[in-house]
Each structure stands twice: as structure tokens, then as C-alpha cells.
Design a protein around this ligand. Structure first.
Ligand code: ADP
Length: 270
């Protein structure tokens, strides 16, 4: 434990007393270390696509009179720059949410709206992998929060379910209300997550071996963003997973549906 100890002598004339103050700097040190690690990780992660983009553009110049090579390398260049753009986007999003800063906007949000929007943004990717997305509509369930962040969180979960599924599989999204909470479950039939990785997957830049070796795309920041968005909304994320059977990530936030229904009923009576 790192401590700063301050000793003060009080009233030296009449019987000496010493006041000792302890300031625990452990948390401040930990935060500073986390910040330093984060910056080091970001630099490392950015260097890979930036380096690749530099090399690829040089290669394109070198083979300018071989059109078929130019096309191949230009496609690779495009992929690397898309990867860089999405990494930067994730870094910006994470730095917005990880400090638990006040939400940029807070409004009444219909859960079906955010789920449909999140699915729409993932549909092309799902189709290109031959996956089906199934969502059972659950009308009139409401939460309070930042619509854009909530949509991003659900989209990240669906995006993972798609990327870690086998071709032809199914991704289901279910919304339920339970003891004052709204639960949005994203269920896949993919390879699942080994027990020893279950806590680590929410860490920044953590990527499973399979994700790295098979290059599933992604920055290793997706679940970290989801966790922080849930916490910023007074909620949490739960993970169930069994090797070979698939994973279920459940995004849980406070339910404000009853309050909304009461207001609507009152308005109907007026
Ligand atoms: P990534 O960009 O690598 O997907 P995430 O933070 O979204 O980063 O996820 C961290 C790791 O958790 C992934 O690299 C992967 O190993 C694992 N993971 C996340 N979602 C799933 C899922 N639905 N099925 C299996 N593994 C998953």
C-alpha cells in the first residue's frame, strides 16, 4: 500500500499532541498506472495498421506498371485503413465512457428501438457470413439513458456474436423485465468462452487466442465499452458461456417501464 503520512504537532505549550494523517495514494497510483498502460496499448495497437498502410502504399508505387498487383494491394490497403478507422472510433468511444463521466444526453429510450437499430447496423455482416439474426419484439419496455451509447453497446454484443459464430448459425436477441431491471440477452451458438477467460474478456485490449490467431477483426475494446456503458447507466453485464455450445451476454439496466406506464395512464384519465 502506498501511503503519504503527514504528522502535525498540535498545541505544543500545553501537553503535546500529535495529529497523524494518512493519505492512501494506492487508488491514485493504480489510476495513473492504468492510464499509462492504456496509452502504451493504444500506441502499440495503432502502430500495426499504420505500419501496414505505409508498407502497402510503398508496394503499390513499386508495382505501378502491374495493374493486377496494384488492385490486390489497394484492397489490402483499404482493409487496413478501415481497421484503423474502427480502432480509432473504439478508442474515442471507450475514453468517453470509461471515466464514468455524465452521459452526454439522457432521455427515455424504447428498448425495441435500440435493439432494431443495433441489428440493422450488423445485418450486412451477418448475411455475408450466412447467419440469421432473430429478435422477438417486446413492445413498450423503457430505460433511461444515452440512446447512442446504449445502441453502441448492444451493437458490440451482436457484432461479437456474429464474428464468433460458425457460418449458418443463429444469433438471438431477447428482452425481458425482471425485478426492476431490463435484461437484453444476446445469444450465440459459437465456440463459447473458456472459464479462465470469462473475467478477462471485459478488459481493455484483451483478445482471446482464437480471436488473434484467426484474425476475427475487432480491437479488443468492444466488451470493455459495453461494460462501461452498462455501469454508466447504473447497470451491469452478465456472461454465460459453455465451450462448444455458445455464449450469452446479458446487458442489464434499471427498468423504468412501470413509471412510464403510470404517467401514460394518468394522462389517459385526464
Ligand atoms: P474483440 O475486438 O477481440 O472482439 P472484445 O472486447 O469485443 O474484443 O472481446 C474480447 C474477447 O472476448 C474476444 O477477443 C473473444 O476472444 C471473446 N469474445 C467476445 N464475444 C464473444 C462471443 N460472443 N463468443 C466467443 N468469444 C467471444
Amino acid at each position: 500500500t502506498a501511503r503519504v503520512v503527514l504528522s502535525v504537532r498540535v498545541a505544543p505549550m500545553s501537553g503535546e499532541r500529535t495529529l497523524v494523517l494518512f493519505f492512501d495514494t494506492t487508488e491514485a497510483k493504480r489510476l495513473e498506472e492504468t492510464r499509462r498502460d492504456f496509452v502504451a496499448n493504444i500506441s502499440h495497437e495503432l502502430k500495426t495498421p499504420i505500419g501496414a498502410i505505409g508498407l502497402l502504399s510503398e508496394t503499390i508505387q513499386d508495382c505501378a506498371d502491374e495493374p493486377e498487383h496494384v488492385v490486390t494491394f489497394a484492397e489490402k490497403l483499404q482493409r487496413e485503413s478501415a481497421r484503423l478507422a474502427s480502432l480509432v472510433q473504439d478508442i474515442i468511444e471507450l475514453s468517453r465512457v470509461q471515466n464514468g463521466a455524465a452521459l452526454a444526453s439522457s432521455e427515455l429510450v424504447d428498448v425495441d428501438d435500440i435493439v432494431s437499430e443495433a441489428i440493422d447496423r450488423c445485418r450486412i455482416e451477418a448475411e455475408s457470413r450466412g447467419l440469421t439474426i432473430v429478435a422477438v419484439p417486446t413492445p413498450q419496455v423503457s430505460v433511461v439513458g444515452d440512446r447512442a451509447l446504449l445502441t453502441t453497446a448492444i451493437r458490440n454484443l451482436i457484432d461479437n456474436a456474429i464474428r464468433y459464430s460458425n457460418p449458418g448459425g443463429r444469433v438471438s436477441i431477447g428482452v425481458s423485465r425482471h425485478e426492476g431491471e431490463v435484461r437484453i440477452a444476446v445469444v450465440d451458438q459459437g465456440a463459447g468462452i473458456p472459464d479462465e477467460q470469462k473475467d478477462r474478456v471485459f478488459e481493455r485490449f484483451y483478445r482471446g487466442d482464437d480471436a488473434r490467431t484467426r484474425d476475427k477483426g475487432g480491437s479488443g475494446l468492444g466488451l470493455s465499452i459495453v461494460k462501461h456503458v452498462a455501469a454508466d447507466h447504473g447497470g451491469r453485464v452478465m456472461l454465460w458461456s459453455e465451450a462448444g455450445k455458445g455464449s450469452t451476454f446479458t446487458f442489464i439496466v434499471p427498468d423504468v417501464t412501470p413509471a412510464v406506464q403510470n404517467i401514460e395512464e394518468e394522462e389517459a384519465h385526464e
